[in-house]
Design a binder for this molecule. Structure first.
Ligand code: SF4
Length: 84
């Protein structure tokens, strides 16, 4: 199973767990974590909540464990995903 899309909903508490687990995908800004432009097929940095851009290249399979770790570590469960 690979992760196809990952996005962040409202409510991030900027705890840094996701960036620690998967720094290739998540980046902490002042008020929220975002999905890095390089990690997204559309190349746009942001929550990816409305666009739901797929992950770039093979990131969803290469970093599946790290992304899952970030999802499980999020204390407010705002990291959402689609997998195939
Ligand atoms: S783990 Fe969750 S609450 Fe913490 S920075 Fe990431 S998205 Fe925000």
């Amino acid at each position: 199973m690979a992760i196809v899309k990952v996005w962040i909903e409202e409510g991030c508490t900027v705890c840094n767990e996701c960036e620690s687990a998967a720094p290739e995908v998540f980046k902490i800004l002042d008020e929220t974590s975002v999905i890095l432009a390089e990690a997204r097929q559309d190349g746009v940095e942001g929550l990816n909540e409305t666009e739901k851009s797929p992950l770039a290249g093979d990131l969803g399979s290469e970093l599946e464990d790290e992304i899952n770790e970030a999802i499980e570590a999020c204390p407010v469960e705002v990291i959402k995903f689609e997998a195939d």
